[in-house]
Design a protein around this ligand. Sequence first.
Ligand code: GLA
Length: 404
Amino acid sequence: MNQHASNQSASNQPASNHSSDIRDEVRAGFAALYGYQPTSTWSGPGRVNLIGEHTDYNEGFVLPFAINRRTVLAIGLRDDRMARVSSSFADGIVEIDLDDLAPENVHDWSAYPLGVAWALGQYGADLSTVTGFDIYLDSDVPVGAGLSSSAAIESAVALALDNVWDLGLDRRTLAKVGQLAENKAVGAPTGIMDQSASLLGQKDSAVFLDCRNLDSEIIELGLEAAGLVIAVIDTGVSHAHATGGYAERRASCELGASLLGVNSLREVSVGDLPRARELLDDVTFRRVRHVITENQRVLDTVRTLRESGPTAIGDLLDASHRSMRDDFEISIAELDLAVETALENGAIGARMTGGGFGGAAIALIPAESLSRLQVAIDGAFAEHGYGAPSTFVVNAAPGASREP
Ligand code: GLA
C-alpha cells in the first residue's frame, strides 16, 4: 500500500514488528488528522493462495492463508452522521453522509472502506440509526501484487464497524460483506476467497474453503517442522481485476457450465472431461479443464498435507502453475520466469498466486535456500530486462482482529 512497504524486499521479519510499528503510526496519524484519540484499533491481513485459483466463483475449493502483512486502522465514533476515511497513502479526508452511501457515490481507494459500510446495510445493519465514524488506515500489504491488499482493508473495516455499531455479524457474513463491497462499490467481479482468508485465517495454517456453502476447515501447514518457508516473489507487474482478463475468464467459465448443462463448474469433475472436449470449443474447454483439475488439486493438496506434510505438495503446486499458464492463460512471462527460476534454485514447488495477469508467485523452499533464491531471481529478472522483483517470506498469520 504505502511506498515503504512495497520497497521492503527480502525481509523475513516477524509479523509483530510490522504490526506494532504500523499500529503506533496509525494511532498517531488518526489523532493528528482528526484532533482526538481513536476508540479502537483493528487489523486485517492480506492473503496468499496456496492452491485453488479461479475456483471460488465456480463454487469450488480453495486453500489460502492469511499473511503477516496487514492493514491497520484506527476508528472513532462521531456524534453526527458523517462517515470519514483517510489513509497514509492518499491526501486528505474523504467524507460522505451515511444517508448518501451507495456504490455509485464512493470512488477510488475510499470505495473499499465506504463500500463495506454500505454493504453492511445490505446484510441487515440498519444504517439509518447508526452514528458516523472517522477511520484512518495504513497497510504493509503491497498493492497490485496479488496479495489481496483490498481484502485486508475490507476485513479490517467490516470487523471494526461490526463492533462499534454492535451488529453481531459472524465472520462468514463479514466476508460476504467485503465481497459485496468489492463487487458493487469497487466494481471487480471477484469471488469470496480473499475476504474469507482474511477473516478466517489462523497462525501457521491454511483455510480449506468450500465456496459452495462456505464450510471451512483449518489445515495446519507444518512448514516450520519441515524446515520450509513460503517465499513470495512479487514481479512488480501490477494487475487490477476491475478491468480486463479476470471478468473474461469468469465469463468463459459461466459459458462452459451452461454448455455442459450445470449451474457451476463445481458440478463436473475429471471424469466429465471427455464429454466437455466434445461439447466445447478449444478455448472454453481449456478454461473448464483448468477449473476442474484445480479443484481436484486442492483436494489432493489437503489430503497430502494431512498424510505426508508440506514437503510432498510440490508437484501439485507445479501442476497448478502449468494449468494456469497453458489452459487458463493468466500467467505472464515474469511470473513464468519467477516459477522456473525458483524450481531451478531449490524450490520444491512454485506457482503464480492470485488472479493473475501480474502480481506474485510463491515458492515452497527449504529455509536455507532462501538467499540463493533471492539472488537467482534478481539475476534472472535483470538478465531479461524486467523491473526489479521483490522476494520475501510470508508466514501464515491470524485473521482480522482487534489490536491491543
Ligand atoms: C482474485 C479474486 C479471488 C479469486 C482469485 C483467483 O484474488 O479476488 O476471488 O477469484 O483472484 O483465484
